[in-house]
Every structure is written in structure tokens, then in C-alpha cells.
Design a binder for this molecule. Structure first.
Ligand code: UD1
Length: 421
């Protein structure tokens, strides 16, 4: 990965035009993991072209799957799964590599992996994943930074009470339980749309999962899964980020291939700021940010259907040019304000302390040299740089590429003056 690349943005132009929303990063990763369980060739459509997806395909190859990509379609043949180890470099590259724990354990009865990377949002423990696998009968030991998991025969069903509705832990339990012996119940399960997408795909493969999307998910384990074909849901976070680009620049966009029903919390906030949005036709959303924006008084990130933590940084960039004061409370991650110091370089007025940040809208921002330090924070810098007068340079583009498919091309087509050098 070339981390010397930069995005050069000449701001002050409205984002206007039609943007097709990519497939969801947070869906495709667990779906690729689910393919391990399917004993044959699965076909996934609408897969976004992202470095995290490439990393997941490399993990699949290490496990003995054949993984072939053709445009947005990825075929994964898991007939010959032989491996059970996820190499350290791939674990470090992407936190979501932990998503392979449940499927590899379910398929091979063992799994060896190191602690996942992606610690840039503060401590991101995996205790809920580990404890759930133990409750399902896995024996887990830690040795020299490696986690070794194994089971005698199949995992067994369990009644698992999550102390927090962790998205990743809910998905790992669903994967492990799909072919476990007996019924698994997840209480206080995460309800994100990506969880429903995973359940839908697993059920197409022969799993028996009910309740996905609610706080109690039941999984009746089956002996074996078979392959299936599936299309990844649209990325609500990428969609929301492009709406933030339009809002911050006083623009107007039509999003196509999006699911507005998954975006209610942040559409409500954007509408309360004076933006207008309505959905029509098949997956289209009209959005206008042409009126002067008023700052939303309070944004508190919450598990779905609350305001998504992944949109906190992009919307903060919008509030920096809105009229008034906004208070942000980040309840999901403990270090998710790393974009604040960079936004301040553009002239934004923001104070952050612990999990609280306060923005005071200013008349205008001015271009500056910026550094993306993580994915969504990086996207927030793009939003702000588009709104700023003058030129901005953003380094750390490799973080942005983890979640946005060709961001500069998408935005250029919508009128932005942005290039990658
Ligand atoms: C997923 C998303 C990420 C999003 C997050 C919250 C993917 C690939 N990533 O991440 O974009 O920001 O949901 O919506 O889907 N926790 C523990 N112990 C655990 C697991 C989690 O304490 O074993 C804590 C985390 O530290 C964090 C909180 O739970 O504070 C939420 O994490 P979780 O929902 O698990 O997020 P991810 O699945 O990592």
C-alpha cells in the first residue's frame, strides 16, 4: 500500500450530480467470512473495491479458498478449506480479520490468529468474541500474542448475553452458531442492517437464523451449509458521507442504489439542519443542502438505530460551517476525535475533551495541509476540505481507501476539484 499518496482538493465548489452508492464494507467482510462455511462456490455481487476487501480475499486464500474477483462480483470456492491460521500481517492490517474466527472455528474445529489491528479508535478489545466462543465449547488459549482456539467435534449452541451489542461479536456468534450443535440465542444482539444482511445470506446457505435486526437472535444449528449467491447491501456510511459533502458545500445530489430506511438517524439530523431529502423510485434519494445550515444542538452516537459512530466525524465537518453550536457525545469508541485537530487547521472552532466535543460554526474554512489518521476521520477531512476556500492536501489516503471506493473519482463526477497524486 502506497501511503505517500495525497489528495489535493481545491474547495469551495458545490457537490452536485448523481452518485451511485457502493456496496457496504461492513457487510461484505462478514459475508466473505461466511463463505468459508459453505462447502462450495458462493457468488457475492455488489462488492466494493476496497483495500479491506482485498485483505479479506487474501485471508480466504490462506485458508485454502479460491477467490476470484470480476468487477463487483467475488466468487469464493471453499470446497478445499484446509488452513485454520490467519497470518499475523493480515490480522494487523485489518481489525475485521477477527470476523474469520467464528467461521473458521465452525468449519475446521480450530483457529489460530493474533490480536487484530485497527486500534486507532482507542482500545478495541475482543473479549466478547472470545467469551462467546468459549460458551459454545471452544477451548481458547493465548500464547506469545497468538490466540489458539479448538473444539472437540462441533461447537454447541448456547444462550449468550452480550454486555454490549457489539456488531462484530454478534456476527461472529452467528457464524459459529450456524453449524453448531443445537440452538444458540444471542441476547442484547446488535441490530445493524449489516447483521440482517449476514443472516439473510447465511439462511440462503441453509442456516436457520431468526430475529436478526432485533435484540434477540436465534440460530438453530444445522449440520452443514451449502453455497449461495447474494448481493451486498448499499453502504449507508458511504452514502451518509457523500450527503455530508453535499451539505457542507451547499450542494444537491441524487444518490442511487441506497437504502434510506437504513439511514433514518442521520437523515433526521441533516434535515433538522435545514437540508431536504426525499426518497423515490427504486433506491434513489434526492438531497439538497442549499439552505444555510443550522447546527444540531446535540449528536450522541448510539448503536443502531441510533446515530452511527461512523458518521460522527463527517457530520462534525458539516457542523463546522453551520450556524450555531453543536455538542457531540461519542458513546461507542473512546478515541474517536482524532480528526478534530486537523479540522481546526482549516479554521474550524472545536473543543474536545474525552468523549465530548463542541463545535461552533464559522463563516468559512480555509484550505490547509491535513493528515488522515483513520478511516471515517479521514473522510471528514475530505468533507471539510471540499467546503474550505483554497487548496488542501490530505495525506494518509490509505486509511480513506479502506472504506471508500475511488473517492476522488466519485466526487470529481459530482463537481469536486479533487485529485490524487
Ligand atoms: C463495527 C464496524 C465499525 C463500527 C462499529 C460500531 C465493521 C467491519 N465495523 O465494528 O465500522 O464503527 O461496528 O458501529 O462492521 N467491544 C468490546 N469487546 C469486544 C467487542 C467490542 O469491549 O469484544 C467494544 C468496542 O471496544 C467498542 C464497542 O464495543 O467500544 C463497539 O464495538 P463493535 O460493535 O464490536 O464494533 P466492531 O464490530 O469492531
Amino acid at each position: 500500500m502506497d501511503n505517500r499518496q495525497k489528495l489535493i482538493i481545491n474547495g469551495g465548489r458545490r457537490i452536485e450530480g448523481e452518485i451511485t452508492v457502493q456496496g457496504a464494507k461492513n457487510s461484505v467482510l462478514p459475508l466473505l467470512s461466511a463463505c468459508v462455511l459453505a462447502h462450495g462456490e458462493c457468488v457475492l455481487h455488489n462488492c466494493p473495491q476496497l483495500t479491506d476487501v482485498d485483505a479479506a480475499c487474501r485471508i480466504l486464500s490462506c485458508l485454502g479458498c479460491r477467490c476470484v474477483r470480476d468487477g463487483g462480483t467475488i466468487c469464493v470456492d471453499s470446497s478445499a478449506v484446509s488452513g485454520y491460521e490467519i497470518p499475523d500481517d493480515l490480522m494487523r492490517e485489518m481489525r475485521s480479520s477477527i470476523m474469520f474466527l467464528g467461521s473458521v472455528l465452525g468449519r475446521t474445529g480450530r483457529c489460530r490468529l493474533s490480536f487484530p489491528g485497527g486500534c486507532e479508535l482507542g482500545a478495541r478489545p475482543i473479549d466478547l468474541h472470545i467469551s462467546a466462543m468459549r460458551q459454545m465449547g471452544a477451548v481458547i488459549t493465548e500464547e506469545h500474542g497468538y490466540i489458539l482456539c479448538s473444539t472437540e467435534g462441533r461447537l454447541h449452541g448456547a444462550r449468550i448475553m452480550l454486555s454490549f451489542p457489539s456488531v462484530g461479536a454478534t456476527e461472529n456468534i452467528m457464524l459459529a452458531a450456524a453449524t453448531a450443535d443445537g440452538m444458540t440465542e444471542i441476547h442484547n444482539a446488535a441490530g445493524e442492517p449489516e447483521i440482517r444482511d449476514l443472516a439473510e445470506f447465511l439462511n440462503k446457505c441453509g442456516a436457520e437464523i431468526s430475529g436478526a435486526g432485533s435484540s434477540v437472535i436465534r440460530i438453530e444449528g444445522v449440520e452443514r451449509l451449502h453455497p449461495a449467491e447474494h448481493s451486498v447491501i448499499p453502504d449507508r456510511i458511504a452514502a451518509g458521507t457523500y450527503l455530508c459533502c453535499a451539505a457542507a458545500t451547499g450542494g444537491e445530489v441524487i444518490l442511487s442504489r441506497c437504502r434510506t430506511e437504513d439511514m433514518t438517524a442521520f437523515l433526521n439530523v441533516l434535515e433538522s439542519m435545514g437540508c431536504r431529502a426525499y426518497s423515490y423510485g427504486d433506491g434513489k434519494l434526492y438531497f439538497s443542502g442549499k439552505r444555510r445550515l443550522t447546527a444540531p444542538p446535540m449528536i450522541r452516537t448510539m448503536p443502531y438505530p441510533g446515530f452511527p459512530t461512523d458518521i460522527q466525524a463527517p457530520i462534525m465537518a458539516v457542523t463546522t460551517v453551520a450556524q450555531g453550536t453543536s455538542v457531540f457525545v461519542e458513546t461507542i469508541f473512546d478515541n474517536r476525535y482524532r480528526h478534530v485537530s486537523e479540522l481546526v487547521r482549516l479554521g474550524a472552532s472545536i473543543k474536545a475533551e474525552g468523549r465530548v466535543a463542541v463545535t461552533e460554526g464559522v463563516q468559512s474554512l480555509t484550505g490547509a495541509k491535513l493528515c488522515a489518521k483513520e478511516l471515517r476521520g479521514g473522510a471528514a477531512l475530505v468533507v471539510a476540505a471540499l467546503a474550505a476556500e483554497g487548496t488542501s492536501e490530505i495525506v494518509g489516503v490509505n486509511y480513506i481507501d479502506r472504506g471508500y471506493e475511488n473517492i476522488e473519482k466519485t466526487l470529481r463526477q459530482a463537481g469536486a476539484d479533487i485529485k490524487r497524486v
